[in-house]
Write a protein that binds this ligand. Structure first.
Ligand code: HEM
Length: 177
């Protein structure tokens, strides 16, 4: 919403498309990591209500990733298919971002409670793909960074902590969930 407001008021600097791409990518990654933080935070604080927000945060991550993708596709590549394929093949980090985004599609499509009930155990296995998508998002960010790796490194560290918490919790979780 803030990004949209800044776009409408022309407050996006000298290169608005680049600014929109960067800001939407940042938020996609932040919401992905926030989604992954819900279960460890619930376990730590013993506050089950937090789980209610996991789906919403995941859908925010998807919405930002979709916006990010559409900005690249429509504003960046002007829907020119030869350019799109050239960018996907010529800049591997774009292909990695694409894979991270594609992995989120089945997760968003099956996020509703009714789908969760219908898919049963398969749902949980499928939704573990969110870790792979976040990891690819971090690789994508590292790969496109030319200098000052501090920001992607900070995201990588957060993801590593979340992964460790998840793996350590695994046996106890099976007993309770
Ligand atoms: C889950 C999916 C994705 C995540 C989490 C993600 C995340 C990011 C992040 C964090 C940035 C850097 C922002 C900054 O510099 O502050 C970025 C930049 C970028 N992303 Fe993504 N991205 C995703 C998917 C995609 C897809 C599908 C495409 C295109 C097919 C794409 C193309 C780009 C481009 C072109 C840039 C700017 C690179 C540059 O400045 O040279 N990303 N993305």
């Amino acid at each position: 919403m803030v990004l949209f407001g800044r776009a409408v008021t022309g407050d996006l600097g000298a290169n608005p498309v680049e600014e929109l791409t960067h800001r939407s990518g940042d938020w996609a990654l932040r919401f992905l990591l926030l989604t992954l933080a819900v279960t460890p935070a619930r376990n730590l604080l013993r506050w089950s209500l937090l789980l209610r927000y996991r789906r919403m945060l995941g859908l925010f991550a998807f919405a930002y990733a979709l916006t990010h993708f559409l900005i690249w596709l429509i504003l960046g590549q002007s829907l020119m298919w030869p350019e799109i394929f050239r960018d996907l093949i010529g800049r591997p980090y774009v292909a990695v971002g694409m894979l991270a985004f594609v992995l989120l599609i089945p997760l968003a499509a099956t996020s509703a409670a009714a789908m969760r009930r219908r898919l049963g155990a398969t749902w949980k296995q499928l939704h573990r793909l969110v870790y792979l998508s976040a990891a690819l998002g971090v690789v994508h960010f590292f790969w496109l960074t030319k200098a000052d790796w501090s920001e992607p490194a900070a995201y990588a560290m957060v993801l590593a902590v979340l992964l460790v918490l998840r793996v350590r919790r695994q046996p106890a979780r099976r007993e309770t969930e």
